[in-house]
Write a protein that binds this ligand. Structure first.
Ligand SMILES: C[S@@+](CC[C@H](N)C(=O)[O-])C[C@H]1O[C@@H](n2cnc3c(N)ncnc32)[C@H](O)[C@@H]1O
Length: 414
């Protein structure tokens, strides 16, 4: 049985309570208002230092700030656009881009600027530029527990919907919506709402867009895993090397356990770019619950003319064969398929059923300690079934929780 916790790094736990937080907040803001800043009381020094970090205590207290000011903060704290599991590219965007992406109107932004310049002056946040660049960074620099305390302090204030309510009508609804999103995003990848991720691969002209539903039940294929990014770039580079080849033989390609489809979509995008859509037939496959989203991603990336998303259950490949015939494949792609004791056997069975003689399989597997025995079993089963590893290398990669090591294997049928 797969244990998703095995994949997630422990998070640091703060211990502050909401009440404690409110006091801290008040003390700190009073200090900054009177320029008795606990870190520095030299305003000019701070103005000169663009990298000077703020923390959760610099956020407007719901006790004193208007709903508009708070809403503006919550929208600034929306997740930045990710490319290749990385948000650092978002750092160089203009104020206009940030506000457009995060749905922040000039009216909201002016309200927040008034807080930091007139109501509760704070030299660290006294310009639109500082507000729009420093507040979003709190998502990664601030203690998650303290941010949760901030969100719950606002939620508590919004609870009362009577005549004395903090916010009414649309603005109350907007606050509650943003708060629920920020709270769930703060609870780790498995609790996060749905999202669209972008992948920008070298040698592929267009940016690949993948929709990822919120992870529910055991539907691990609704998230894009780090192994698929590494494998995608590898297979794209292989195709790039051969792009000047004159005689292209028709090729049948199968991806097993595609999830959101990154590897298959990357292969297909690069193939179309180099050789057109004539000589290729491709299937991206997964379990029934995963395939609807996989189809959607194939469609979003405009590949439906030659890429079909369909069910191929490793425990029951007959249904796939009945529907699509028993012709084998020249290339099989698999990223991150080994996370239960049965997977090595099932995956090797798939290679036996679907890989042509002289066909090639590209595997990318994360080196999770917990599945070392399964990786060993996979190697034994491959050997026992006359597959040989013709190339292998190790790579450092990224996933939602940070750095991960991966092994790549290129396997042929002897
Ligand atoms: C860890 S995810 C990797 C997904 C994708 N390859 C990636 O790297 O983003 C493992 C994938 O294998 C699929 N899978 C697990 N058991 C399967 C089975 N019996 N038949 C087909 N697919 C299966 C899961 O649904 C999931 O999409």
């Amino acid at each position: 049985m797969f244990d998703p916790l095995d994949l997630y790094s422990a998070e640091e736990n703060g211990v502050a309570t909401t009440t404690h937080f409110a006091h801290e907040m008040k003390d700190r803001t009073v200090n900054t208002a009177t320029h008795e800043n606990p870190v520095s009381n030299d305003k000019d020094d701070e103005d000169d230092d663009e990298t000077f970090l703020i923390d959760h205590l610099d956020l407007p207290s719901v006790m004193y700030a208007t709903p508009k000011m708070v809403l503006c903060v919550l929208r600034l704290l929306r997740p930045d656009k990710q490319v290749n599991f990385d948000t650092s590219m978002s750092e160089s965007r203009s104020i206009t881009q940030i506000c457009t992406e995060k749905d922040i109107t000039p009216n909201l932004l002016d309200a927040l600027l008034a807080w930091y310049t007139e109501i509760w002056p704070n030299p660290r946040l006294d310009s639109l530029e500082k507000i729009c660049t420093k507040i979003p960074r709190l998502r990664s620099t601030s203690d998650k527990q303290l941010m949760l305390n901030y969100y719950t302090s606002i939620l508590k204030k919004c609870e009362d919907n009577g005549i004395n309510s903090y916010a009414k009508g649309n603005i109350r609804a907007d606050l509650v919506k943003e708060l629920s999103m920020r709270i769930s995003e703060n609870c780790g990848r498995t609790a996060q709402p749905s999202m669209t991720r972008e992948f920008n691969l070298d040698n592929v002209e267009h940016v690949i867009q993948l929709y990822e539903p919120s992870l529910t039940a055991d539907n691990l294929g609704w998230k894009t895993w780090g192994a698929s990014l590494i494998l995608s770039q590898k297979v794209v580079n292989l195709l790039e090397k051969n792009k000047d080849q004159k005689h292209i033989h028709p090729l049948r390609v199968l991806e097993l356990g595609s999830g959101t489809g990154l590897v298959g979509i990357a292969w297909a995008s690069k193939w179309r770019q180099s050789f057109g859509t004539e000589n290729i037939e491709m299937f991206v496959t997964d379990l029934p619950d995963i395939v609807a989203n996989l189809k959607k991603n194939v469609q979003t990336n405009d590949l439906t003319t030659f890429v079909e998303a369909d069910i191929l259950d490793w425990t029951n490949p007959d249904d796939f064969i009945e529907k699509h015939g028993d012709e084998k494949f020249d290339v099989i792609l698999v990223a991150d398929p080994i996370y239960s004791p049965n997977h090595p056997e099932w995956v090797v069975n798939m290679l036996c059923r679907f890989l042509k003689d002289n066909g090639v399989c590209h595997f990318e597997i994360p080196l999770r300690d917990k599945y070392a025995r399964e990786r060993e079993l996979l190697s034994q089963l491959l050997e026992r079934n006359n597959f040989s590893v013709i190339s292998e290398d190790f790579t450092d990669g990224l996933d939602d929780w940070g750095a991960v090591k991966y092994v790549y294997k290129e396997i042929v049928k002897m």
